[in-house]
Design a protein around this ligand. Sequence first.
Ligand code: 5GP
Ligand code: ZN
Length: 219
Amino acid sequence: SARDGLGAYIAKPESYPSSVVINHNADFVAIYDMFPKSSLHILLLPRDQSKTHLHPFEAFEDAEFLAKVKAQVYKLRSHAAGELRRKYGKYSAQDKARQEALDLEPPPDVLPAGRDWEKEIVCGVHAVPSMNHLHVHVIAVDRYSERLKHRKHYNSFATPFLVPIEDFPLSPDDERRHPTREGYLKRDFVCWRCGKGFGNKFVELKQHLEQEFDEWKRL
Ligand code: 5GP
Ligand code: ZN
């Protein structure tokens, strides 16, 4: 079924171009999300056959496995931060090339302290995943994408429905263990950046997300 779509990447990562599979090793495959819900949306797929069919909450009960996944997620977040820096950073590769071509050196004391792009990336799992194979989202915070087309798309990344990887192991009484899908996904919209409420007005939220994206990427 369509819910098994991520299995192919785990089985044969080498058969995809680098525009689809970012990197892979014996234990993990990193891919670009085919329907990105942000300006950068990556998925980490653990290949462990004993874990790939488990719900993330169950898979992450194994402390050794969780530690491995976390380490790989943080590596991937750092890779993703590099992508954001290249896309939006004030001193992009293009700027550098231009400056080199002009034989100019940027004056060192006016260079801004580099923005910490890792802080602009969220890593986590959905409390109720829709795809069957275990995966961790590594996603830029902007939630700005043409593919963000439905109200549940926004709320699935902007409410406790997204459980950050650093919150694992979850305590036994963590309320996210018993998500009422409806509860989180049907909540009123709240802007991830300024906290403004949009009720159930999706079109207005989308317009606002575009404004926030423009400011966020240039900050
Ligand atoms: P979930 O809601 O299960 O946590 O997220 C599954 C993610 O997989 C979604 O963000 C969705 O866009 C993505 N996705 C679904 N099918 C495919 C696919 O065939 N290839 C890729 N690369 N991503 C997919
Ligand atoms: Zn806002």
